[in-house]
Design a protein around this ligand. Sequence first.
Ligand SMILES: NC(=O)c1ccc[n+]([C@@H]2O[C@H](COP(=O)([O-])OP(=O)(O)OC[C@H]3O[C@@H](n4cnc5c(N)ncnc54)[C@H](O)[C@@H]3O)[C@@H](O)[C@H]2O)c1
Length: 295
Amino acid sequence: MIKKGSTYVVMGLLNTDSIAYATGKMIESLGGKVIYTVQNERLKKIFFDRGCTDLSQEEKDAMDIRYCDVTIENEVRNLFKDTGEIAGVVHSIAFANPKTCLGDKVYTNYFEDIKQGFHISCVSLAAVTEFAQERMTKGGSVVTLSFASQLAFPYYNWMGVNKAALEALVRALAREYGREHVRVNAVSAGPLTTKAAKSIPHFAHLARTWKKISPMPWDPIKDKQEVANSVVFLLGEYSKKITGQTIYVDGGASSVGGELLPHEKPLMRTPAKKKRAAQERLERMRALQKKSLEG
Ligand SMILES: NC(=O)c1ccc[n+]([C@@H]2O[C@H](COP(=O)([O-])OP(=O)(O)OC[C@H]3O[C@@H](n4cnc5c(N)ncnc54)[C@H](O)[C@@H]3O)[C@@H](O)[C@H]2O)c1
């Protein structure tokens, strides 16, 4: 549980589809205060002010939104100068030029794009943690978002490399800031429908793949909430001794090999189907008992 009345900085808001939005709303519902960050004023105008038609003007005005481009060190430094004491930070930020870094070939000589992606998606976590921990005088928690870095997915190319590096950085930062009682962890989420995800070529294929490999049902829209819940768990008091970890919130897809066979696929839990499944289980058990008694 997060600390009621404490402030959390949630970085990487673009619109109401963002993982940052779902996480911030969950923190608020549990009594925390949230400072959101958007990359810059231009993106806020396009994607939040004009783009989020699902929020009223009052709801938008009630949110504390600040600007921070994580590639500009002074912006990160100044952000945390003005937050006062904080209990946690969510780093929900990534970018890689889809034309050069997520193409059908891994190799590219657009080295500036590779560097930019690495800076935004990985290195920035170190700057955020450094300036944020100065505001966590009673200790705190930093959580970042990763994606399936142990496997190579089509087109994810340099972003997959960035995520693997990000998870290594999580461990290095956990080691460094443990002495300040600051924890650093990652949540590795299954595919979720957001703006960033839509810029991954063939994202729909990735989402369909999840349906074939995930032991638990996975919904790329609704399960954003489950991801947010786990981020909040890592921010809060119930995860006090967890640091340097990557927690998979992906329906279990990362733990299995190969596509699920038909009998392994998650059952659709409508009441009628649930009743039928229970009945089938009972019949299977009775048949086994009968067989063992006869034998
Ligand atoms: N959507 C998914 O399927 C999925 C799955 C696993 C992990 N993630 C990760 O979750 C995080 C959040 O992504 P999302 O899916 O909510 O998409 P999103 O597009 O809503 O959020 C990405 C954010 O990164 C910000 N950003 C990019 N460059 C920046 C910069 N230089 N400075 C500051 N902010 C910058 C964007 O402005 C945007 O707000 C990312 O790290 C992403 O890789 C997403």
